[in-house]
Design a protein around this ligand. Structure first.
Ligand SMILES: Cc1ncc(COP(=O)(O)O)c(C=O)c1O
Length: 354
């Protein structure tokens, strides 16, 4: 692996070589367009196997489109979408869920490391019911697995939310931009982490885990996907040369590439966490359960790492006492152990110097 002292995001990576090879292999001859190609058909069969049931699968190019389109299928324009108050759908999608749903309202709930709880959802729904027609009607809940803070919902937490959601005639959506990273930590099957707990729709991410640009909207009950292909087309996400997206997803999910890549990414985050925790003045803000790490550090140490050329973001959303600051470090399938060790060693030196 090449050295790259860049921990800014799992979007800064190149493609995994297997994904590039799959695109090259698909780059021959002609293929039917708009998803009628053999790649897209094969992808469906592969994901049936992965999730151990017949599902409806729709490749789209971005996570934002996957989330916003899935939510639009699950919520009417006068509906409420409950989510964590700093969820990606809430803060990082430029209003796409509101646009695609035709005006549904996202209602943010406070959470711990990005996780909301069944009781909060139940209370929010009860409040909406009490307000009647004056309030948006409860439509669905969206949870992020792994969370925006690199933490993991435990299966029992998801099941509890799903039970509340279904008891109220609603649906449960999972933003799985980092689903593979969550699975590695949970050590259970994709089915056990989703529909067996009551998840109705999943934005299944691949871009952050080695693909060039490929995600899939998955509905575990195909009946729930009724007319979804019109939404995707109208949103401009039905690629005419869809084989080039489907082949990326095949490369990820046909064998174990997605799990291998996520295992490596998570291991690199753990290595960072273990190393950084030994340094005086450094504290993990959230548990290291996937491939993102939020760390409190003295300002002088952060400046030192920046001047040494390490890439990462200062994370203003974390409330840490001055003169410390919060930073975000993200690892990926191509993160090099030596770069992780260099980061930790440099931080440790920064402490001595600072
Ligand atoms: C939690 C989460 N969901 C979804 C996405 C997908 O976003 P994009 O539209 O950039 O692919 C991201 C990317 O940062 C994310 O972190």
């Amino acid at each position: 692996m090449e050295s790259r002292r860049n921990f800014t995001s799992d979007n800064v990576t190149a493609m995994a070589p297997e994904v590039l090879a799959a695109i090259m292999a698909a780059n021959t001859d002609v293929a039917a367009s708009y998803g009628s190609d053999t790649y897209t058909g094969r992808l469906q069969e592969i994901l049936f196997r992965v999730f151990e049931r017949e599902i409806a699968v729709f490749p789209v190019a971005t996570g934002t489109a996957a989330n916003a389109l899935a939510l639009s299928q699950l919520t009417p324009p006068f509906g409420a979408i409950y989510c964590y108050e700093a969820a990606h759908v809430m803060t990082d999608e430029c209003g796409a869920p509101e646009l695609y749903t035709g005006g549904a309202k996202l209602i943010g709930l406070p959470g711990v490391s990005g996780r909301i709880k069944a009781k909060q959802v139940a209370d929010a729904i009860a409040y909406a019911r009490e307000m009647g027609v004056h309030h948006v009607r409860p439509g669905c809940v969206s949870i992020t697995q792994a969370t925006e803070w690199g933490a993991i919902y435990r299966p029992s937490e998801i099941k509890a939310i799903a039970d509340v959601v279904h008891a109220n005639g609603m649906h449960l959506h999972m933003d799985g931009a980092r689903f593979a990273n969550a699975l590695v930590t949970l050590d259970c099957s994709p089915a056990e982490a989703t529909w067996k707990l009551g998840v109705d729709a999943l934005s299944l991410g691949a871009t952050k885990n080695g693909a060039m640009s490929a995600e899939a909207v998955v509905f575990f009950d195909p009946a729930l996907a009724r007319d979804f292909e019109y939404r995707r087309k109208r949103a401009g996400h039905l690629w005419s040369k869809l084989r080039f997206m489907s082949c990326q997803l095949i490369a990820c999910f046909e064998a174990d590439l997605w799990m291998r890549n996520a295992q490596h990414a998570n291991a690199m985050t753990l290595r960072l966490a273990e190393g950084l925790q030994q340094i005086e003045g450094v504290r993990l803000i959230h548990p290291a359960e996937a491939n993102e790490l939020f760390v409190q550090m003295p300002e002088s140490m952060v400046r030192d790492l920046e001047s040494a050329g390490f890439g990462f973001y200062r994370w203003a959303l974390c409330d840490v006492p001055a003169p410390s600051v919060a930073i975000r470090l993200v690892t990926a399938f191509d993160t090099n152990e030596a770069d992780v060790d260099a980061f930790v060693a440099h931080a440790a030196r920064g402490k001595v110097n600072g």
